[in-house]
Design a protein around this ligand. Sequence first.
Ligand code: LEU
Length: 451
Amino acid sequence: MQGREQWATRVGFMLAAVGSAVGLGNIWRFPYIAGEYGGATFLIVYLVCILIIGLPTMIAEFSIGKRGQLDAVGSFSKTAPAKPWVIGGWLGVITSFLIVSFYAVITGWVLYYMFSYLTGSIQQVETGGVEDYFGGVVGDAIIPVIWQLIVMAIIVGILYFGVQKGIELSSKIFMPLLAVILLVLAGYGLTLDGAGEGMSFLFVPDWSALGDPSLYLAAIGQAFFTLSLGMGIMVTYGGYLSKQTGNRLPGTATSIVLLDTLFAILVAVVIFTAVFTIGADADQGPTLIFVVLPEVFNQMAAGGTFFAVFFFFLVFIAGLTSAISLAEVSISFAIRQVKLTRKKAVLIVGGLITLLGIPSALSQGGPLSDFTIAGLPFLDFVDVLTDSYFLPIGGLIVVLFVGWGWKSKAALEEADFKSQAFAKIWLFLIRFVAPLMIIIILLANLFGIEA
Ligand code: LEU
């Protein structure tokens, strides 16, 4: 049998994981959720959640993969043979597969927007008209599918080259590129008239917002989504670690979490300095980047188009590298379970993801918008199902397994903590704090408390 693929370098592994973490969640979701929950206040609660739940869970996921040296399902079953924990692996494969099907659709909208700025068509929309424009794009019978197909073709193309030449190499190129674009945009944002107001919205807390329980649910949910946890990704990526690339996992995970957070904050700086410059509302929800921002770009006398093209390019690359990681969970699974070659697995899995994505692409005002499940259009249904239920359940299985199901000696050996004190804190967090918080979210979601 051919040897299993592995990361070439520790930095390459870290960048690939950052590529997974930094995505639509940072650019599209974080700013609008922060906007809805009072900016700085949300940021503080979110940082606490990342530290006490997100980081420990990420170390746990890497450790499972590193021990198993296989895909998500294989790593669970090898680490805990003949035990029900393997459900965590299956759920990861299902969840990531479902998420990537609509994630690629949204990444397609982003790419379409970028091209529309390049061709000058969005710039012609009159003030106040972007909402209709957006509705026209996502509600079209053809546009969303075509752009979904383009995005899927790019994902398949990169994954075709495998772990080192596909995922690792593209992350080494894309991640520094994203950092440069983001720094330029943030620098530009700070020169705008709304900079002061935007910054104080983002960094001066309004403590009264802390009384709202849904703030905490939103913060924990965002922590999971943005760090790509509970969906088999970090287990799969951990499966490509060797002794060398996989030492000192806590350090690597901390860098990933810090970079992801820094990225989210800088994007929020870009967005809110721009939003306050035209006096738009910060709490506009999911349409923030597709409707409010383009209104802002169109109203900027100079530089609007420049800003817009780079902004959507940034969103596109961030979305792409996350979608790659989502798809890799199923591909890695198919290679082992069905014994396919990578090339075949990539083509077959890529084709299946695309098919499942089509109903999502047509559900936002398009021909399938009347087809609803549980009262929701297809895309929204898949999103809520994964986000509110599958992700927390997947995360719960991970922390319960590593905290309770696995001998702590083995878990600590894989995680490779340098400090005893941190190792103890980690065990405490994944045994008690993280499971408790996750169970609370699950119950809240089940009983319909709105996050
Ligand atoms: N972590 C990614 C993001 O923030 C999402 C995940 C589903 C791959 O967009």
